[in-house]
Design a protein around this ligand. Structure first.
Ligand code: GLC
Length: 419
């Protein structure tokens, strides 16, 4: 009897200790303060549950991150339990993730479009963590000094940038540029270029019905305008810039305008920023008459790996990280856009990020990349698009030739995949 008791007690202690020492791991991005924010959220959950969590940092580039995830998941490796997943990946990675549909209620009232985006063949494969849309940052002090207004069209932006740079350079500020953005050949360029196309009314590369619409005169006009910026209002190096490179230039005071995601707002106004208090944010300009203000839909989700040895705990952590309270904390601390419409009416969130309220339309009607219709071919489609755009921007090919070649390439991909 005594022996049995000892065994039971020992087994119980062992299992308690087992839970406490149990280590989950989550892969997080490291753009700006992303890693720190992830770590803080994870630490709060660990303090509550006593479960140890390892935070694994991944490459900044969404493209490189996807390649890494595909390797880990193809090997069915159990060493990462939770993945931070881009809004365009559910169709690519769905089969590797646990269905969270049973927890959708606990997850609360996210933007319905995001839940739809993350639902593949009836399975909810990831919970929304934050949403993104491209916006235009400008130096309010410089625009005021030169009597300029925030631009309504790309043409106006181009002219304002040119005038301010000319005047400032003449006054000795040699290092100033007009406009920085993400021109490197990767997913970020797909986001920037989709905004140019959409702002000109040139469609979204592939229509919802699977028609390849990208080769059209408005798209060519949009690309020609963007190509004219390189080495004029934008530094030649812009063709190798990602989000952080453009933020580095803007935040050190060396550019009048910047295209970036909302996270750059909190950092631009941080204590060590050279432009603290001098920045405004507006919707991206229209592509001239008949065009519209737009922004590409971005954002990230949390998914639980099917190969996790602790799916129950991992789901609990996913629910915690994506909860309304945690998203509120992230919005106030670092301008990460919540995926709960209700938080756009929260006074503290709006005080920290006034543009969340002013640009609500941009955030709720952002233009989606064609990841839904192209499913697990999305990355191939996007890579073909950013390659064509990059060749037009660098002058390797005229815009219309690049678009005609791209159309042929996309038709081949689409025929094989039957979308
Ligand atoms: C941001 C967006 C993401 C996009 C990436 C491209 O992280 O949230 O959706 O794919 O930028 O660089």
């Amino acid at each position: 009897m005594k022996k049995l008791l000892v065994t039971v007690v020992a087994a119980t202690l062992w299992s308690v200790a087992g839970v406490q020492a149990q280590t989950l791991s989550i892969s997080c991005g490291a753009v700006g303060v992303e890693l720190k924010l992830c770590q803080e959220g994870v630490d709060a959950w660990s303090a509550k549950t006593g479960v140890d969590v390892r935070v694994v940092s991944t490459p900044n580039s969404s493209t490189e991150r996807l390649a890494l995830y595909q390797q880990i998941l193809a090997a069915e490796a159990d060493d990462i339990d939770l993945f931070q997943v881009d809004v365009v990946w559910p169709g690519i990675l769905a089969n590797h993730f646990v269905d969270l549909a049973a927890h959708a209620k606990a997850a609360g009232d996210h933007f319905p479009a995001l839940i739809r985006n993350n639902t593949i063949d009836g399975r909810l494969v990831a919970l929304p963590w934050w949403t993104d849309a491209g916006v235009l940052y400008y130096r309010a002090d410089l625009l005021e000094k030169h009597g300029a207004k925030p631009p309504a069209t790309w043409q106006e932006m181009t002219e304002t940038a040119r005038e301010i740079v000319a005047a400032e350079r003449a006054a000795g500020r040699d290092g100033l540029w007009g406009f920085v953005w993400q021109g490197k050949a990767y997913e970020g360029l797909t986001c920037n270029a989709l905004e140019w196309l959409d702002s000109f009314g040139a469609g979204a590369i592939v229509s919802r019905d699977g028609d390849i619409t990208v080769n059209n005169p408005k798209a060519a006009a949009a690309l020609k305008l963007a190509a004219s910026w390189v080495n004029e209002i934008s530094p030649p190096g812009v063709l190798n810039y990602d989000e952080e490179a453009s933020r580095g230039v803007f935040q050190s005071g060396k550019a009048v305008f910047m295209r970036n995601w909302p996270y750059a707002w909190a950092l631009a106004n941080s204590d060590d920023s050279a432009i603290r208090g001098k920045v405004g944010v507006v919707a991206l300009p229209k592509g001239g008459a008949g065009g519209k203000h737009t922004g590409t839909l971005g954002g990230w989700n949390v998914a639980v790996s099917r190969y996790s040895k602790h799916p129950g705990l991992a789901i609990d952590l996913a629910l915690y990280l994506t909860s309304q309270a945690e998203q509120k904390r992230r919005a106030i601390a670092a301008s990460y856009n919540p995926t709960y419409p209700a938080l756009y009416q929260d006074a503290e969130v709006l005080a920290a990020n006034p543009f969340f309220g002013q640009l609500y339309e941009t955030f709720s009607n952002a233009v989606a990349r064609p990841s839904g219709v192209t499913g697990d071919d999305y990355n191939r489609v996007s890579a073909a698009f950013w390659t064509a755009v990059h060749s037009a921007l660098s002058g390797q090919q005229p815009a219309d030739t690049a678009l005609a070649d791209l159309e042929r390439k996309l038709k081949r991909i689409g025929r094989r995949a039957r979308w």
